[in-house]
Design a binder for this molecule. Structure first.
Ligand SMILES: NC(=O)C1=CN([C@@H]2O[C@H](COP(=O)(O)OP(=O)(O)OC[C@H]3O[C@@H](n4cnc5c(N)ncnc54)[C@H](OP(=O)(O)O)[C@@H]3O)[C@@H](O)[C@H]2O)C=CC1
Ligand SMILES: CC(C)(CO)C(=O)C(=O)O
Length: 325
């Protein structure tokens, strides 16, 4: 398949290397020193002591890469607006676009089942409706990443979760069909697990539960996920915080897999904390504002999450890493 990874940073470089090594014709839209290194030396994926190298076409100009079968966006939510214009040169009539990101995506209400409760106004995820105008429903595939990755040097991504690397995908209206089956098969063959998911939004919430609670707490306290989980001063409040998060998700999907404080917690910093520390725009809208909007729409009281949201927004604004859309 001709596959373009748009925004090949930490997650996207991992996906690009794996798909290229599985024999696909992979190109990447990327920029800066990471692009320069990829052009000169290809992309390298490190997993523990092993290194996998792939030569991919890379450019900061999508027009240089040509039409694709599939585009996989691994842009941060804060950069996804660039697809409104950037996608066009990559598209044929039947090109699908996978939006792989954390949090509530801009397209959440597109293709939504009538059984889903009313969705709040999420216009702040797509200011001016530019993505909505540029990308029709037929192209949209949702994606949820379960994989931890970092760029450790230009051209080199490190995978920190060898035991778990998944990209779960589903059509925006959850229909089954050939194209989603083909793409899942391609991911599985490339050793990126992609089992079937019956409802992509339920999967989005199941991942978001951790990001909107524990990851934001990491960002507020400067600790790793394990640090937060094992912090005795937070022991009593975390279960209450998780209850609030679970209750929001359950207004949309009563059967959603609830997040709990038990189980493995990685000893590394979630991406929202990394963004804060590295001075990169923070994914506040999709991880913090959007879940709060769902809570309000359902008439739920979530005082702990509200306080955390206010503190996270304040933290991001103070460092110039967030402007409300
Ligand atoms: N990293 C992780 O382990 C995980 C991340 N996620 C989620 O996955 C998504 C992607 O995260 P991650 O891979 O960490 O993000 P990165 O910032 O590492 O990757 C995005 C890349 O896109 C580049 N980019 C942005 N805009 C453009 C543009 N217009 N043209 C070309 N390149 C562009 C960025 O460059 P520049 O740096 O110059 O802005 C960056 O290299 C996020 O939603 C994140 O929350 C989910 C699970 C784990
Ligand atoms: C995997 C997890 C929860 C933590 O790495 C994440 O999604 C992130 O870093 O944003």
């Amino acid at each position: 398949m001709r596959i373009c990874v748009f925004g090949a940073g930490a997650v996207g470089s991992h996906i690009a290397v794996r798909l290229a090594l599985a024999g696909h014709d992979v190109s990447c839209v990327m920029r800066g020193p990471h692009l320069d290194a990829a052009k000169t030396n290809g992309l390298t994926l490190r997993v523990g002591d092993a290194a996998f190298k792939a030569n991919v076409k890379a450019s900061d100009d999508p027009a240089a890469l040509g039409a694709q079968d599939v585009v996989i966006s691994t842009l941060k939510a804060t950069g996804v607006a660039s697809l409104a214009t950037g996608l066009q040169p990559l598209l044929r009539d039947d090109t699908s676009v996978v939006f792989a990101q954390n949090g509530i995506p801009w397209w959440y209400d597109i293709g939504l089942s009538p059984k889903h409760p009313p969705v709040p106004d999420l216009g702040f995820l797509d200011p001016g409706g530019r993505l909505r105008a540029a990308i029709p429903r037929e192209r949209i595939i949702g994606g949820v990443i379960f994989s931890s990755n970092e760029i450790v040097a230009p051209g080199i991504a490190a995978n920190l979760s060898p035991e778990r690397n998944r990209l779960l995908i589903g059509e925006c209206d959850d229909r089954a069909g050939d194209r989603i089956a083909k793409l899942r098969a391609a991911l599985n063959e490339a050793r990126i697990e992609s089992p079937e998911v019956p409802q992509i939004r339920e999967t989005i919430w199941s991942k978001l539960l951790t990001n909107m609670s524990m990851s934001v707490l990491c960002s507020l306290t400067g600790q790793t996920a394990r640090g937060v989980r094992d912090d005795p001063s937070l022991a009593e409040v975390i279960p209450r915080l998780l209850d609030e998060a679970n209750s929001i998700a359950q207004t949309c999907f009563p059967e959603v897999k609830r997040v709990s404080r038990t189980g493995p917690a990685p000893d590394h910093k979630p991406s929202i904390l990394q963004d804060y520390e590295l001075g990169r725009a923070m994914e506040i809208d999709v991880l913090v504002r959007a879940p709060a909007a769902f809570a309000r729409a359902a008439g739920l009281s979530t005082p702990m999450l509200d306080l955390m949201a206010a503190l996270a927004i304040r933290q991001a604004r103070e460092k110039g890493l967030y402007q409300a859309g």
